[in-house]
Write a protein that binds this ligand. Sequence first.
Ligand code: DWN
Length: 391
Amino acid sequence: MSFGRMPIANAFLKPCQFGDEYFYELATASCGSCGTFQIIDQPDPGKMFHEAYAFFTRTSKRMVAHFADYAGWVQREFLDAADPFVVEIGCNDGAMLENFAKRGIRHLGIEPSANVAAEAARHGIRTTVSFFNSQTARQIRAHDEPADAIVAANVICHIPDLNEVARGVSELLADRGVFVFEEPYLGAMIEKGSYDQIYDEHVFIFSAGSVQNAFRRHGLDLIDVLPQATHGGSMRYVLAKQGARDARPAVAEAVAREVQQGLGRPETYETFRSRCESSRDALVDLIRKLRAEGRRVAGYGATSKSTTVLNYCGLGPQDIEFISDTTPVKQNKVTPGTHIPVLPYEAFVERYPDYAVLFAWNHEAEILAKEEKFAAAGGRWIKFVPEVIVT
Ligand code: DWN
């Protein structure tokens, strides 16, 4: 399936940069034998993860709380060594690792984007600015020691060379160590029609079956899976060296559910494609109708996901007046490809639009709880996952 010409999802820009804007074709495929769902044309990671990366984990209070729970769970379940060592791949601003650091647990964050890594360091996190691969893993092992836990969240699906990740993990992990990561889940994306999970950074959308296949060939067993509500439906995967730990029944159950859901069948993706097209048409029709009636429409949350939606739907500033976002590095720039102004949150509050498209739909509970005044003032939300609706 092709979503068409697409810019880098987080490349918010100023008008003077329009001439340099980079585009690629966002198209997806699913492998009939190993079950991996991925984007085909993969922009160079250096174009996305650099000293001006636009996404900071701490922008969501609920995600910060989620990472405190995640870290606590890893510690309770797996950190029984006397003086454990935890490594996080892609630690962003340190929202997860700080929970280990606070308890005096030895840790290291590996983060390729220097600006978010600096934020982690500001929170007292030991951080290395680097991409994770087998070479980085060897260096850490030589300098520190094997890791009792390697953790990650919304990161492993961002790394094109999955075999290198697996080699690095095998290299760095202690014999009884665990590799735990969570990511948007293919089963949830197919169920909800949340095609906006597909963009340059998400090279893969994983399932239990595809993770099992990808890591098994590097001597790593999938030993547990735990569904998560975050980011619109994610899955936490736990892996260990072959034979080191028993697999819990949840793994076989998840794989069987995926077979039943049809994740290995081409027809499933054909249906998904039709659903994406219908969702696109419904969203465009709705917004254009409202604009024709003279209504003001704004967006809430200049998410990475919104880049896919806006470019796939062909929505621009004539349709959406502005998008409000709390992240300073996105503000007073325009959205990639579609050039809709991104304004500070205050712009939303100062002059409520008639309708707000909830691009950060994965944070719906958090956002709706703090935007009661918008609804009380007559403001309406436009949602598009799982269906296009106005509430
Ligand atoms: O995997 C990834 C996920 C975890 O984070 C990355 N590839 C990049 C990023 O994806 P995203 O940009 O789609 O993530 P979010 O968390 O949906 O982005 C929310 C955006 O909305 C942020 O820019 C912050 C903003 N926001 C806001 O303006 N007001 C968020 C909240 C909760 C708010 O109240």
